[in-house]
Structures are given as C-alpha cells and as structure tokens.
Write a protein that binds this ligand. Structure first.
Ligand SMILES: Cc1cc2nc3c(=O)[nH]c(=O)nc-3n(C[C@H](O)[C@H](O)[C@H](O)COP(=O)(O)OP(=O)(O)OC[C@H]3O[C@@H](n4cnc5c(N)ncnc54)[C@H](O)[C@@H]3O)c2cc1C
Length: 417
C-alpha cells in the first residue's frame, strides 16, 4: 500500500515522540484564574514552547498553571513577532523535518478548532542555493525520503516563475509548496486561549529564580504569590539564563535580531501571496516573508547579532543593519529599491551552542524541566516540543541526548539552521 504524507506525519508523531499522550485520568480544573490549589504542573513562560507544553499537559489530564511575566506572545518574547516561517527542510537533521511535519498538522488542527485557519498561510517556501551547497543538497534527500511535497527548480525555471526576483548568484532552489508562515503572536495567544478553555489556570506574574536543591515544591512570584506543583517547566526562552544563571548563564546566548518591513509600490501585487512565497537566501544569511495584508514585505538577516537583554534591550533597529538590508533588497528585489520602511521589530534568538533545543531536567532538581534554546528556528516546532515535554512528564523517560543539557556547550558553533 502506498504511504501517504498523512501516514508519514502520523508515524513521525509516534516515532519521534513515542506513544500518544495518555487520555485524561481525572476531570480538568474549571477554566479560570489561579485558585491557590496545588497543581500537577506549573509552566513558567507562555511563549510558543510553554503554551504548547501547558496545553498538551492539560490535554493529558493534568491540573496545570501557566505563568508569564509580560503576557503570551508579548512584544519582548521571542514568540512575539508578527510572523514565523514553517518549512520542512533541515539538511540531514531529520528529526527537525519530522517535528515540522508533525507540528504543521497540529497547528492546522488547533487553528481549525479555534476558528482561525488563516493563522497559517500556505504560501510556499523557496530555499535558494548555489552550486553544490551541501546543506540544501542534504535537504533534498531528506524531503524525498520523508515524502514532503517539494520541487527542485533550476535557475531558468526560477527566473520564469518569479521574474520580480533577481536570483543573482543562486543557481537553484527547493520549493516546498505546502509550507509557509504562521501568524506568530496571534498563534501563541490562540494556544493559550485553547489551554485556558480546557482548564489551564493562567496568571500574569514574574516568577523569581527557584531556590534550593532536590525537589522543588513551590515557586514564588515577584509579588509574593506562591504556586505549589508536582513538576515545573521553565520555558522562559531568552530569560532562562536569568532564571538559572549558574546552569544556563553561559549556555544560552540571547542575540539581538532585526526585522524590517518594506512597503511595495502602490498597486503592486508581486510581493504579496500568491505571487511571492516565503524565501530564504541561505548563502546570504537572509530570509523574508511576503507582504501580507499590507503589513509590508518582511526581510530579516539570520546571522546572529550582538548579545541582548530581553527585558531592557532597545527595540529600535540600527541604521547599519537597515543600510545592509536595503542594499540586499535592491539587488535581489530590484523593484523594491526605493521601497520605504513601513515597520520594524527587534527580537532576540535564544541560541544554544549549535542550535539544538534544550529539553532536559535540571540536574539538581529532579522535578524541574528546562525547555528552550529555540535558536532562531523554534517557533514552528512549538506543538512537537509541547508534546515531547508532556510525554516526558506524564510517562517518564530520558530526553534524547540531542536535547540534553550535557550537550550544550559554552562556545557557539552553529550546525542547525
Ligand atoms: C526575529 C526572529 C525571527 C524568527 N524566525 C523564526 C521563524 O521564521 N521560524 C521559526 O520556527 N522560528 C523563528 N524564530 C525563533 C522562534 O521565534 C523562537 O525559537 C521561539 O519563539 C522561542 O519560544 P520560547 O517559548 O522558547 O520563548 P519566548 O517566546 O521568549 O517565551 C518565553 C516567555 O517567558 C516569559 N518569562 C520570562 N521570564 C519569566 C519569569 N521570570 N516569570 C514568568 N514569565 C517569564 C516571557 O515573558 C516570555 O513570554 C525567530 C525568532 C526571532 C527573534
């Protein structure tokens, strides 16, 4: 029998993440605010990783509290941007391709239940490459093996299909027609709303760094509230080094990342979907998302910026990066040479040494989980991460070495893109 893509996604779920989550073993708590009771699990951080973890734990029948200092998908959070790319290509890092496949199914089904299917835009992703680029060549083999819909396009075909792009030194590309982008902060807020509707208690409070060793019993918020739980998930993204300075101060590297939105000429639809897909110019370390609903044509360098403080760092873009991005836009999208800047964002990546996520127990507190290290590519994987975390907590089992704290080095050497 022929294996369909849907079968593969199903098996990606079971294979990559183990058995499906246990069905609810007891009634979930009534929707509403934190009631002072003891929780099975308290999740700190309602970014994409924490929101999905809380949601999956609640679906697994646990009483869950979710806390966030600034609110789900807030403007300082790494999940707080307007849009995030979801693609399946990851070189030969097959686990991330599988997690993307699984996550896309989960995102779509959540959005459907939530009544906002448009939070995912299947505009296609075009990954440009030069010559024998090893990562892109490996991606091609992985997509073929996993039967992800894709096409390899040579330069003449690229020029024909997208005349508004000057492909420059790029000689070929991989097009994933069913991938695209997620409306980022709206998507996180949708997950939190679904989790709350299922009974997760949400509280907007800043949690103080946990103290002591052994089992953690209670976390305390800056305003003095105490939350007791059986297990704790710290999914605080770029704030993890502040919460765990000894463990993570030198192992998570928050970097300043700038995002620019340019306004195409009036009446020009060439930079909107369906004319324009998401694109990645891998060799130039830059990518973009088409102008959607008139918010501007997004262009963002993927190269890591300087160290950044997520609480107090300036969110104003630098003239130097703007000039470099403008020069790139003029080369690759000549019709946007004079396009005005209509918006910008400054966000931060929370990089691990090589780009692999961190999903592991605190070695000194057995019931504390550290979840983060999205490293500039984590958003799309929120559902798979949440499912993986929930399975570890509900069913036990050591995390994959790839996600362990032990594999997180103090020197950065990026290998996952
Ligand atoms: C510019 C940019 C572009 C990106 N592009 C993509 C992309 O195209 N595709 C992709 O897949 N990924 C992308 N990423 C990466 C992705 O967005 C992140 O990996 C992901 O959002 C990380 O989510 P998180 O939940 O770990 O962290 P966050 O979203 O930062 O969430 C952490 C939360 O913890 C809360 N918190 C912190 N400290 C405390 C405390 N003490 N008490 C209570 N709450 C606390 C914060 O308020 C925050 O809401 C991009 C990132 C950036 C910055």
């Amino acid at each position: 029998m022929k294996t369909t893509r849907r079968d593969f996604v199903k098996s990606a779920g079971a294979g990559a993440l183990g058995a499906t989550l246990v069905s609810p073993t007891r009634p979930t708590q009534a929707p509403g605010v934190l009631d002072g009771n003891t929780y099975d699990v308290a999740v700190v951080g309602a970014g994409v990783f924490g929101a999905w973890s809380a949601y999956r734990l609640q679906q697994g029948g646990r009483r869950v509290a979710l806390l966030d200092a600034y609110g789900p998908g807030n403007a300082r959070a790494s999940s707080g941007g307007q849009t995030r790319v979801i693609r399946m290509g990851y070189g030969d890092q097959e686990i991330y391709s599988r997690w993307s496949m699984l996550s896309l199914e989960r995102w779509k089904s959540l959005f459907q239940s939530f009544g906002r299917s448009t939070l995912f835009q299947p505009v296609g992703v075009l990954w440009m490459a030069r010559g024998e680029d090893p990562l892109t060549t490996k991606t091609l083999a992985t997509l073929e093996r996993l039967r992800v819909p894709h096409e390899r396009l040579e330069r003449a075909e690229l020029d024909r299909r997208w005349p508004q792009i000057d492909f420059g030194p790029n000689t070929w590309a991989i097009h994933e027609p069913e991938s695209g982008f997620l409306m980022a902060f709206h998507s996180v807020q949708a997950v939190v709303q679904m989790a709350k509707a299922g009974g997760v208690a949400y509280l907007q409070e800043s949690v103080s760094p946990p103290e002591g060793e052994g089992r953690l019993d209670t976390i305390v918020t800056r305003s003095g509230k105490k939350i007791k739980a059986g297990s704790f998930v710290f999914a605080a993204g770029p704030w993890l080094p502040k919460l765990f300075p000894d463990l993570l101060g030198e192992r998570i590297f928050p970097t300043r990342q700038e995002v620019f939105y340019f306004g195409p000429p009036a009446g020009d639809e060439r930079f909107e979907p369906p004319a324009m897909p998401v694109w990645v110019d891998f060799a130039d370390e830059i990518y973009g998302i088409p102008d959607f609903k008139g918010r501007g044509f997004k262009v963002a360098p993927d190269r890591h910026g300087p160290a950044f403080d997520p609480d107090a760092g300036s969110r104003v873009v630098s003239p130097e990066t703007l000039a470099a991005v403008r020069a790139f836009v003029a080369r690759r999208f000549p019709a946007l040479k004079e396009a005005p800047l209509v918006g910008s964002e400054v966000c931060q990546y929370e990089n691990t040494s090589n780009g692999d996520f961190l999903i592991d127990r605190d070695p000194e507190r057995e019931n504390v989980w550290l979840v983060g290290g999205g490293s500039g590519h984590g958003f799309k994987h929120g559902p798979a991460v949440g499912e993986y975390v929930a399975e570890r907590i509900l069913q036990g089992g050591a995390p994959d070495a790839r996600f362990s704290l032990a594999t997180k080095q103090k020197i950065q050497k990026r290998s996952v893109y």
